[in-house]
Write a protein that binds this ligand. Structure first.
Ligand SMILES: C[S@@+](CC[C@H](N)C(=O)[O-])C[C@H]1O[C@@H](n2cnc3c(N)ncnc32)[C@H](O)[C@@H]1O
Length: 229
């Protein structure tokens, strides 16, 4: 699936409503905080969905300017209408920052080279139809010395989304370095909260995945911290 059909899937079928209702700020913050120091920076949240990480970076990380980009208008509508003061939700210690929501394609970003000090992307780049182009674009819009974090799944993780790039840690590394970025470190994301919902089979599956993720080669998702040379 490509282009308009792919966007249509996210606009009409994806569970953005559930994402609005059930945020997991602590899981997100574990990854966002890898971008510290954040205060006063300009940050891109690539494939921001309903914008929880964008708001978290603004409120808890105190970035100066946060840009949430997604190609789904449904996601951006939810992002723009979720949370008090449109931008400080999700973090009780929130302080207002400038947040801009941009509709755009992650493989052809509408920003000049060297625009951002920080970039973040959670569970999105693996769904781009051209993942290598996504990393090249990410590298292009970062200024030299800038830091980025992308959270991407291990090869065995499946979701119901139509495009899914599956890779091992070394496969993801190759994509990142091939785009001209350095890998600074890799951390583990343990996956969704065990009690994300009350469906017994889902709960058992999540417990199983947690146990599997204790084996380094089977981490659920990778938190790649990258630097633009
Ligand atoms: C699994 S959701 C993750 C959303 C959000 N980062 C989160 O953590 O909840 C994937 C997101 O990637 C977006 N996306 C997929 N392909 C895209 C593309 N080519 N350009 C921009 N956004 C894209 C989707 O619209 C969706 O919001």
């Amino acid at each position: 699936m490509h282009g308009p059909a792919l966007r249509e899937f996210y606009d009409r079928e994806y569970h953005f409503g559930e994402d609005v209702d059930r945020p997991n700020p602590e899981r997100l913050w574990r990854a966002v905080r890898e971008l510290e120091p954040l205060a006063g920076t300009t940050l891109l949240d690539l494939g921001c969905g309903v914008g929880w990480a964008t708001r978290l970076a603004a409120a808890r990380g105190r970035v100066r300017d946060a840009v949430g980009l997604d190609f789904s208008r449904t996601a951006l509508h939810a992002a723009a209408t979720t949370g008090p003061a449109n931008g400080t939700a999700g973090a009780p210690d929130g302080a207002p920052a400038r947040i801009t929501w941009v509709c755009g394609d992650g493989t052809a970003l509408p920003f000049s080279a060297g625009t951002f000090d920080r970039a973040f992307s959670f569970g999105s780049m693996e769904h781009f139809p051209d993942v290598a182009a996504g990393f090249r674009e990410l590298a292009r819009v970062l200024r030299p010395g800038a830091i980025a974090v992308t959270v991407v799944p291990n090869f065995y993780v499946r979701t119901a989304q139509p495009v899914e790039h599956r890779d091992t840690e070394s496969g993801w590394r190759r994509l990142i370095t091939g785009a001209g970025l350095e890998v600074v470190r890799v951390r583990a994301d343990p996956g969704p909260a065990i009690f994300k919902n009350r469906r017994p089979l889902r709960i058992m599956l999540r417990v199983g995945l947690r146990l599997l993720g204790l084996v380094p080669a089977f981490r659920y998702q990778f938190i790649f911290v990258m630097r633009k040379p």
